[in-house]
Structures are given as structure tokens and as C-alpha cells.
Design a binder for this molecule. Structure first.
Ligand SMILES: C[S@@+](CC[C@H](N)C(=O)[O-])C[C@H]1O[C@@H](n2cnc3c(N)ncnc32)[C@H](O)[C@@H]1O
Length: 313
């Protein structure tokens, strides 16, 4: 199946990541392959540079379906050695040795349209499916199993922390009450209905579906998304990026953006942000792609830990 995902801020990402280094062969890592939109853009832009044949792109995803789709879409580039696919989580990324140094990294966080549009993944409260929510379905606990074992208090905290949901206690009470009565729903749409009942009637039919923030919280918890992001920022990138190389992060909610911003702005961290404010999509892109409305792009240069520490001390 081909992808339905539209890459966000593609041109800005290419402009921020590639031009400083076009005059030297390098490796670029897209940590979030998804539908491959950004990878296609990178490959195309690199093919027009002086070292076209010597650049490499490594594309990572924890979702085996994304990897399988890319194997077909990019078969020529893989055969030609210009693209390497890696089925891995951020926290497990290891770039093959004997490649040119890593000069640019992209992380387009969260889930793809291909994933949310697949009912069997259970990411959407609008499509009926199992309450799974794992981005890598080969391992880990599904959201349903989490809901079967978690205490009401832990659930309320999780919904508050990862969903920034004010009604977290009422929602947790509703879900656990249903579970205690032997009526824990096993479908996304039934769960969304229980969540909606925790809201006053006037708020049930607003612009944002009442289950939005709770589904976000469960997805973040099941996939360990914030731990993965921290690990990428603190441990993986410092290890793989050449000093002077750049990292671009595209985030979709404040919990992600806050972490990226803090990591980039902490002087002890080794990063030099390229701008204080994030880059956002323009009106035309937002109109064409509603997902672009919440996107924030931050780009920073990796100065190397040693350099940053010396400067900061
Ligand atoms: C927003 S999509 C990327 C879309 C892609 N940039 C495109 O243009 O098609 C995010 C992708 O990152 C993957 N992903 C999210 N967290 C991950 C993690 N911790 N490790 C590896 N892949 C992850 C998801 O499985 C998903 O396919």
C-alpha cells in the first residue's frame, strides 16, 4: 500500500539541513521514515549536489510496515547504496561504521497519517479498532492491556501528564468504573464514548473531540514517546552527529516541543539553536494539510559536548 502521509515543512527542513554541507560527502539520518516524504526530498536534494553519489541517507522507523513500504518505494536508491533502512527505535539507533560522518538528522515526531488511518492500530478515536496504539506492534504492551492493570490514580496522573487534560480524574474514574463492572471497552470508539461522558454536555461536541487528549496520553505512555525523545536528544545524537552537524525536530504538541527547546537552549547541552522561535507552516500548507497546523520545527547545530562545556564554564 502506498503512503497517504504528506511531509510537513519539507522545503524548510531541506534548506536548514543540507546546504551548509553540500560541498562534502556526508550521512543524513531521518529518524522517522514514516511514509518516506522527507527521505524522498532529501535524496532528491542530495542528488543535485557535487558529491551526489557519495552521500548516504539512513532512514529509521520502529514500524515494520513503514520499512516494508519504503523497501518498495526506494528500491533503486537502496540498491544503489544511497539509502539504508533501519528498523529500530530512537533509543537503539546505531549507525553503521565506515560511512561518511553524520551531518544532519531529522526527527518528525509522533505518528504518520498511514498509522492513524489504519483502524487496526487503534490510534484513532474516530475509527473502530482494538485499543492497541503501539507504533511497533512486534513488542510492548497495548493500551488495552495497560488499561486492564493500571490503578485509577495512576491513570488519572498519566492522562494529566501526557494529555494535559484538566478532566483527567473524572475520565479515569469513568474508565475504571467501567472496568470494575466488567465493561472495559475493547474498541477505540467505545472507549472514546466513555471518555466523552466525563465531559459536561456542552463540551462534548466542540471543535476538539473530548477523547483527543486522553488518546494522546495513552499513545505517549504505550510507546514511551517522551523517554524516546529524551534519549535521542541526550544520548544518540551526541554520539552520531559530527560537530557542526545539524538536527531538525518537528513536534506536534507542547510536551515534545518543550523538551526539544530546553535541550537546544541549555548551554551545557552542546547545542546552538539556529533561531529562538520555531518555524511554523504557512497558511497555504496549513490549509492543504491540517496536521501542519500544530507543527513546530526547531533546528540546532551540534557543537560537540566538549566544546559546549568549555564555553559554558
Ligand atoms: C510523523 S511520522 C514521519 C513521517 C515522515 N517524515 C514522512 O514524511 O512521511 C513519524 C514516524 O516516526 C516513527 N517513530 C515514532 N517514534 C519513534 C521511535 N521512538 N523510534 C523509531 N521510530 C519512531 C513512527 O512509527 C512514524 O512512522
Amino acid at each position: 500500500m502506498s503512503t497517504v502521509h504528506i511531509p510537513i515543512l519539507l522545503q524548510s527542513i531541506i534548506e536548514q539541513l543540507l546546504p551548509p554541507f553540500e560541498a562534502q560527502p556526508g550521512t543524513y539520518v531521518d529518524c522517522t521514515l514514516g511514509g518516506g516524504g522527507h527521505v524522498a526530498g532529501m535524496l532528491e536534494a542530495l542528488s543535485r549536489t557535487p558529491f551526489a553519489d557519495q552521500h548516504r541517507v539512513i532512514a529509521v522507523d520502529q514500524d515494520s510496515a513503514a520499512i516494508a513500504r519504503a523497501e518498495v518505494r526506494f528500491s533503486d536508491e537502496i540498491r544503489g547504496g544511497r539509502l539504508i533502512l533501519l528498523h529500530s527505535r530512537f533509543s537503539e539507533i546505531q549507525t553503521p561504521e565506515a560511512l561518511p560522518p553524520v551531518l544532519g538528522v531529522l526527527a518528525d515526531l509522533g505518528f504518520s497519517s498511514d498509522q492513524i488511518d489504519s483502524p487496526e492500530r487503534g490510534l484513532s478515536f474516530r475509527l473502530e479498532g482494538p485499543i492497541d496504539m503501539r507504533l511497533d506492534r512486534s513488542r510492548g504492551e497495548s493500551a488495552y492491556h495497560l488499561l486492564r492493570r493500571i490503578s485509577e490514580r495512576e491513570l488519572a496522573d498519566l492522562i494529566y501528564e501526557f494529555g494535559e487534560e484538566r478532566l483527567s480524574r473524572r475520565i479515569a474514574w469513568r474508565i475504571i468504573d467501567a472496568r470494575d463492572k466488567g465493561q472495559l471497552p475493547d474498541s477505540t470508539t467505545a472507549l472514546a464514548e466513555i471518555i466523552a461522558r466525563a465531559f459536561p454536555p456542552a463540551q462534548r461536541f466542540g471543535r476538539i473531540h473530548p477523547a483527543t487528549r486522553t488518546f494522546q496520553a495513552l499513545r505517549i505512555a504505550v510507546n514511551g514517546e517522551l523517554e524516546e525523545l529524551d534519549h535521542l536528544l541526550e544520548h544518540v545524537l551526541p554520539l552520531i552527529l559530527k560537530p557542526g552537524g545539524r538536527a531538525a525536530f518537528l513536534s506536534f504538541h507542547s510536551l515534545e516541543d518543550r523538551r526539544v527547546k530546553q535541550a537546544f537552549q541549555s548551554r551545557a547541552g552542546g547545542w546552538k539553536p539556529l533561531s529562538k522561535k520555531p518555524i511554523e507552516a504557512g497558511d497555504r500548507e496549513m490549509e492543504a494539510n491540517p496536521r501542519a497546523r500544530s507543527a513546530k520545527l526547531r533546528v540546532a547545530e551540534w557543537m560537540g559536548e566538549g566544546i559546549a562545556r568549555t564555553e559554558g564554564s
